[in-house]
Design a binder for this molecule. Structure first.
Ligand SMILES: Nc1ncnc2c1ncn2[C@@H]1O[C@H](Cn2cc(CNC(=O)c3cc([N+](=O)[O-])cc(O)c3O)nn2)[C@@H](O)[C@H]1O
Ligand SMILES: [Mg+2]
Length: 216
């Protein structure tokens, strides 16, 4: 049976061809080059990616969660900045994307910091304490289906998975947009939010990241 080439598989081939094993920065730039010059893909990208980097570097999170792994681009961006012993759990619904992401993550050499779990976030979040031994998250990156941002944030609250001072960083709050999530998080007395204006990855269209600190 001919295995159909998909965009994530072509992206992975570009990484294996152009990036150096064990060098996360070369993996990041190989994906950005592929998305700029070959095929656009919905990675957070280099412009919003540098905002992501600064939030992670400032926070130095011990336990992080990513919703929506896709090809592992932001997984690598986050994991490369984590201190020794810190860990990132990333949730991915689509097994084909997960298979590609695992290879991108190991090509970058950050697999020891990353736990990729396949399944829908709505089912997996309530399992974080018992099954994954998580106490609370210090950092959460939301980049999955836009209508899951709010229900998953409520789930994280209800499951007691956010510590006082935990940071939520949400991609695409303008494009494609996450209106219900924005309305909730900007009006809730339990969060202190700030919008970082940027552009939709690899384009001139406006987009941005919403950074929200959980106040407890
Ligand atoms: N509830 C979920 N649980 C686990 N994984 C999920 C869930 N929802 C989506 N995913 C996974 O996220 C990955 C990537 N993904 C993200 C989205 C939603 N994001 C976008 O649609 C998007 C769209 C644009 N865009 O259209 O310009 C730009 C972006 O930066 C985006 O994140 N859909 N699939 C996919 O592999 C999917 O299986
Ligand atoms: Mg996104």
């Amino acid at each position: 049976l001919l295995t159909r080439s998909t965009r994530p598989k072509r992206l992975l081939r570009a990484v294996q061809k152009n990036a150096t094993r064990g060098d996360p920065l070369s993996v990041i730039s190989a994906i950005d080059h592929f998305c700029r010059h070959s095929e656009w893909a919905m990675n957070v990208g280099d412009e919003k990616g540098s905002i992501l980097d600064s939030v992670v570097s400032e926070l130095n999170p011990n336990t992080s969660l990513e919703l929506g792994t896709y090809c592992g681009y932001s997984t690598v961006r986050i994991a490369r900045l984590l201190p020794p012993g810190a860990r990132l759990i990333t949730l991915e619904f689509n097994p084909d994307y997960a298979a590609v992401a695992r290879q991108v993550i190991s090509w970058a050499g950050v697999q020891d910091k990353v736990e990729l779990v396949e399944g829908p976030s709505g089912d997996l979040i309530p399992q974080m304490k018992e099954r994954f031994g998580v106490e609370t998250f210090d950092f959460v990156f939301l980049d999955h289906w836009k209508d899951r941002y709010l229900p998953d944030t409520n789930l994280l609250e209800e499951c007691g998975l956010l510590r006082k001072g935990a940071v939520l960083l949400a991609d695409n709050v303008i494009c494609p947009g996450t209106p219900e999530y924005l309305a909730y998080i900007r009006n809730s007395p339990r969060y202190e939010s700030r919008y970082f204006q940027s552009h939709l990855e690899y384009t001139k269209v406006e987009d941005g990241l919403e950074k929200s600190v959980f106040l407890g």
